[in-house]
Design a protein around this ligand. Structure first.
Ligand SMILES: Nc1ncnc2c1ncn2[C@@H]1O[C@H](COP(=O)(O)OP(=O)(O)OP(=O)(O)O)[C@@H](O)[C@H]1O
Length: 933
């Protein structure tokens, strides 16, 4: 029966931190790592193999030969099981707890890792059996819950995923699911009826699995096997709380790492071995990178199907147990040490297991509503102690919301600025076009430009198109000039307004046109306008560079409060004007003629500088002079035979005087008519002036707004400049401080050594390269090329292995297996030279140091050579291997014994040949062949 995804659309998986049975929260938990040592196999006993390890206590395993173990030969784990331990004990202490977590919604994975024939399948078979038994026992003793178990199984064979319940479905694809991580497409899931059914399915999978015979194991698993039990459980009674738990239990039996020299494989087995080793290498890399909390870097899960499928179990949402299996034999000591090193890294990997609960959407809503109601009730409760923290939390949230609103407002504002800037840019562009038509000498300076949808001008947003450098400086100058012009204009206007107001003040107080209130109002207005004028006066600064631009912004910033004061004052002035209008004299009031005529004489005639202030303020004095003229005309009309002169103030140069007594009497006769006319005229002049001041105030307001806008532009420009400088600084920093070459060299050398190992590169080549390139700066290019070639080769190993002969040509060295074969031949060749090139003492020391048992001269020599260059992670081993190979081949570094063959860089001349030229690009076999001759 085929089952699809267990999560239905109407339900949702909720994850909460996992709890131990005791109820304490588990946020991070390290992988449980145990080591199981099997007994010596019959073959090993027959070969008189020795036991290389001691188990000093139930947590520690120690190498019997401490001579060259760089880890001091002692390794500690959560548990170490000696060869007499039963699988039950291994399960009980190394897997049970983790396996049973899956019953309470926590994903669990148990896997066995180790060298081929070390007992992984043996152990996992037992562990699976015990887990199945325990699971069914738990189900039996938990009647209140209903359990649904589903079974699926797959194998990863030669990096392809196959369904063990349905081999016919071919190779399965891996898909990325945002909710569940990596899933295997079309993998069959069968619902299990009971324990018997489950055991039956497991046995089917065992029968289906790829198994082959190797020199080390008659039934060697040639694939990684993953059995997955998906366990869903829910309460039988609807209690209204969490509906069900959902988790999977992965039981993983990995294929074993193997050495061609030990497994004596070729053909299909060899290819399998290569795939197995590669995926295990990725697993090792993933574990190494995850260990010690070094999660920040890239974890290469995607480099193999195995690590992709197990991703959640390695540093993710699962509890994981690893049982490392090993042989006790001395002949496998190197492989066992590698297993122990892997186990040591795995100990440091931390997982974050969560309880996976399935909650129906309706139920989820209900639960959330209840939660909200509870929280609200708590907030309302008179007992503050329990809700204090909640309240403060809410306050905090409110505050955050407010801040966010402010930010949104600010962003909108900045967007508007950017848009207006764009408008400016457009008009400037038009101007430029127009001036271009006029002639080449006309230059238009461009401003900053932002794209229409740019949210934040001046920030590092990639949408912001910035024209920087000289253009920015030029546009800054233009802006500054504009601001300067505005400011000068404003100053002039301020002065005009002052004069006009002073005049008005005098007029009102001398004419007593209004009450005392009116006089006070105007006096206030006058002083406020003065403040405005003083506040808005700015010193002239030459703004040429960014520093002065910044100073200018600082000044504008400091004037921010002034601007606010200014705006307030303008409001006051406007109010005062309103008041003033209310107090204006009506036509019915009869002023004292004597005083009026006296005052007329006394009114100072101040002609405003109308050229500088067009359409803003008309001085009442000019109106007064015209009213004088009107009076004069009237008098002249009434007594044409007499010469009447009306004298004015010194300012105007006009005078208004009467030359004879007759003229005075004529004036007296007509005075009653003229006074009314004068009153009207005076009132009109005052009204006009008030209108002018109103207009002026409005304009001042506009100017202030403009100034603020200009300030924003300046700020934007400075931000631009800073962002550009910062990015160029960063580039400089990067350029100026590369990683020291020796550090790069060490890292590259380690990578190269690992890749040589993975790609089965000739050990003679490795030796030459290793001895020749020791970190001299001139080695850089050689290291780079070697690394690239190896990376390419590693990536294409598969393709090469599978490629048709037509693609590869006849060159036998172009496939993986031929590389391995060539390596084997090379080792045989070197083994023949052991006696002639190494002295007896040298040989004995090496045999002792490298744990080579004393049995058969030829066999010992081969064993010695087979150990060379086999531990790419151990730099001491690498160095020793290179020294031994150099002696065997007769290399010497320049300056050493002359009878030996000197290594020179010419051997590694950089060849950039087309890929079809296998001999050249694979290169190494060719080089070593030459050297062998
Ligand atoms: N603890 C043990 N006690 C007794 N025999 C064991 C033990 N572990 C393994 N063996 C035996 O060792 C042999 C190899 O074991 P097994 O096939 O489990 O190794 P493996 O690691 O799975 O190898 P491969 O990776 O090649 O599949 C088997 O014959 C198995 O019965």
């Amino acid at each position: 029966m085929t089952m699809r995804a267990p999560v239905t659309p109407s339900s949702k998986i909720r994850r909460t931190p996992a709890c131990t049975p005791g109820g304490t929260k588990v946020r991070e938990e390290n992988i449980l790592v145990t080591v199981r040592m099997r007994p010596l196999s019959l073959k090993e006993v027959a070969a008189y193999d020795l036991v290389a390890w001691d188990i000093s206590d139930e947590n520690t395993i120690v190498s019997k030969n401490l001579y060259h173990d760089r880890h001091g030969g002692s390794y500690t784990f959560d548990k170490v099981f000696d060869p007499t331990c039963s699988t039950w004990k291994v399960y009980e202490e190394g897997a049970r707890d983790v396996a049973l977590s899956s019953l309470s919604g926590i994903n669990a994975t148990i896997f066995a890792y180790g060298q081929t024939s070390s007992g992984k399948t043996f152990t996992m078979r037992g562990v699976t059996e015990h887990a199945v038994k325990d699971i069914y026992e738990h189900i039996r003793f938990t009647p209140e819950r209903e359990f649904v178990l589903k079974f699926s199984a797959l194998e990863i064979y030669n990096e392809t995923v196959v369904d063990l319940l349905n081999r016919e479905s071919g190779f399965l694809r891996l898909l990325d699911d945002p909710e569940r991580g990596t899933i295997v497409d079309k993998l069959i899931e069968e619902v299990i009826t009971d324990g018997q059914h489950l055991r039956h399915l497991i046995s089917i999978c065992e029968a289906q699995r790829q198994v082959g015979e190797t020199a080390l194991n008659d039934k060697s698993s040639r694939s990684h096997q993953i059995i997955r039990l998906t366990i869903e459980s829910s309460l039988r009674e609807d209690t209204g709380c969490v509906k069900s738990f959902l988790a999977s239990l992965n039981l993983v039996d990995l294929a074993g790492s193997e050495r061609v020299s030990q497994t004596n494989t070729d053909g299909a087995r060899l290819k399998e071995g290569s795939h197995i080793n590669r995926s295990l290498l990725t697993l090792t890399t993933v574990i190494r990178k995850l260990s010690g909390g070094k999660r920040s870097g890239h974890i290469p899960y995607r480099n193999s199907k195995l690590t992709r499928i197990l991703q959640t179990s390695l540093g993710g949402n699962a509890r994981t147990a690893i049982i490392c299996t090993m042989s006790p034999a001395l002949s496998h000591v190197e492989q066992s040490r590698n297993t122990l090193l892997f186990a040591t890294s795995a100990k440091d990997v931390a997982n974050t297991a969560q309880v996976n609960m399935i909650v129906e959407k309706k139920e989820l809503v209900k639960q959330l509503q209840e939660e909200v109601a509870r929280l609200e009730a708590e907030l309302r409760s008179p007992e503050p102690s329990s809700s204090t923290s909640l309240r403060s939390l809410l306050r905090e949230k409110d505050f955050k919301i407010q801040q966010m609103e402010k930010e949104i407002y600010e962003l909108k504002r900045q967007r508007d600025i950017a848009q207006s800037q764009l408008e400016l840019e457009r008009s400037s562009h038009k101007e430029k076009k127009a001036s271009d038509h006029q002639g080449p000498s006309c230059q238009v300076v461009k401003r900053l430009s932002f794209t229409n949808d740019s949210p934040l001008p001046g920030k590092s947003d990639s949408k912001v198109k910035i024209r920087t450098g000289r253009k920015t400086a030029a546009s800054t100058d233009v802006l500054v000039n504009e601001i300067r012009k505005l400011e000068t204009r404003q100053r002039q206007l301020g002065e005009e307004a002052n004069r006009a107001l002073e005049l008005l003040h005098k007029e009102v107080s001398s004419q007593r046109l209004g009450s005392r209130d009116t006089a006070e109002t105007i006096a206030n207005m006058l002083s406020e306008i003065k403040v405005i004028h003083e506040t808005s006066c700015t010193p002239e600064v030459e703004l040429k560079d960014k520093a002065t631009l910044r100073e200018e912004i600082a000044r504008l910033n400091s004037q921010e409060s002034n601007i606010i004061v200014l705006e307030e004052k303008l409001e006051n002035v406007q109010r005062s004007i309103e008041k003033l209008v209310m107090h204006l004299p009506t036509g019915e009031e009869t002023p004292n003629l004597k005083t009026s005529s006296k005052k007329i004489k006394g009114i100072p005639f101040m002609l405003s500088n109308t050229a500088n202030m067009p359409n803003i303020i008309r001085s009442p004095c000019s109106l007064m002079s015209s009213s004088c003229k009107l009076m004069e005309n009237e008098i002249e009309n009434r007594a044409p035979e007499r010469n009447i002169v009306v004298s004015g103030t010194a300012n105007s140069g006009e005078t208004c005087s009467i030359s004879s007594r007759e003229k005075i009497s004529a004036q007296k006769q007509s005075s009653s008519i003229n006074v009314k006319k004068m009153q009207k005229m005076f009132k009109k002049a005052t009204e006009d002036n008030i209108q002018s001041i109103k207009a002026y105030v409005t304009e001042l307001k506009e100017r202030v707004a403009k100034l603020q806008y200009q300030k924003q532009l300046l700020v934007c420009q400075v931000l631009e400049l800073e962002a550009n400088e910062a990015s160029s600084d960063e580039t400089e920093i990067i350029d100026q401080s590369p990683m020291p070459w020796n550090v790069v060299f060490e890292a590259q050398r380690k990578d190269i050594i690992m890749l040589w190992h993975v790609c089965h590169v000739s050990i003679v080549h490795r030796t030459q390269f290793y001895l020749l390139f020791r970190g001299d700066p001139s080695d850089q290019i050689y290291m780079e090329v070697e690394l690239r070639r190896l990376k390419w080769l590693e990536q294409h190993l598969d393709d090469l292995g599978n490629a048709s002969p037509a693609l590869l040509g006849d060159d036998p060295a172009s496939s993986v297996s031929s590389s391995i074969k060539a390596l084997k031949q090379e080792r045989e060749y070197l083994a023949k030279r052991v006696c002639s090139k190494l002295s007896t003492d040298e040989r004995e020391i090496l045999y002792l140091k490298w744990d080579i048992p004393a049995e058969g001269k030829q066999r010992r020599r081969l064993q010695l050579v087979n150990k060379l260059w086999t531990d790419p992670l151990n730099m001491e081993h690498v160095k020793e291997s290179a020294e031994v190979v150099a002696k065997l081949v007769g290399f010497c570094e320049s300056g050493q014994q002359q009878q030996q063959q000197p290594i020179s860089r010419e051997m590694f001349e950089l060849i950039f040949a087309p890929l079809s030229d296998k001999k050249t690009w694979m290169g190494w076999n060719l080089i070593s062949n030459i050297l062998h001759l």
